[in-house]
Design a protein around this ligand. Sequence first.
Ligand code: GAR
Length: 207
Amino acid sequence: MKIAICVSGGGTNLQAIIDKIESGEIHNTEIAVVISNNKNAYALERAAKAGIEGVSISPKDYASREEFNKAFLDKLNSYNVDLVVLAGFLVVIPEEMIRQYRNRIINIHPSLIPSFCGTGYYGLKVHEGVLERGVKVTGATCHFVDEGTDTGPIILQKAVEVQQDDTPEVLQRRVMEEAEWVIMPRAIDLIAQGRVTVADGKVVITE
Ligand code: GAR
């Protein structure tokens, strides 16, 4: 299976995927390209170090959102990938891309959806919301991308305990280590093995 990984920042989820392809925990998968909307993203350096092609494409470089959306889709299509992985990608996915890649785009979100998700909940803001509300359990969710924000079929989730003295940064790190870096690679492996299907808007994982 050929995949594209879209990133905006540090790229620790990208790194987890690179490492687990190398170690053989993710089977039958090749990263064809890493796409960043931010040319300074550390994720692009991680890609370069691993010998993976990196490209940057930003809405800021285009006169309109429509032009960006078309250029982004053309760029992605040129790699002929089977799966698109959003690993901390902070750009809204164009609707045309969602249509063309129906149930072939996955995202990692740093909470247990449907809590602390949707518009405005990304990155540290999610963990700030968790601490503000005082929930005792949070986690991460890997899901397919549909037209809504964090509304697509859920593939895997993993719970993480909130500790009394957590800061947003400390909690973010624990959610990454214990949940994100585990379930995103596992979801990719399950998809590569052809074990993930969507029926009635829900994911079914076969043995
Ligand atoms: C991750 O925590 C990811 O779950 C989150 O951004 C971070 C990216 O970190 N994504 C979202 O909030 C999407 N709504 P990384 O660049 O180190 O992988």
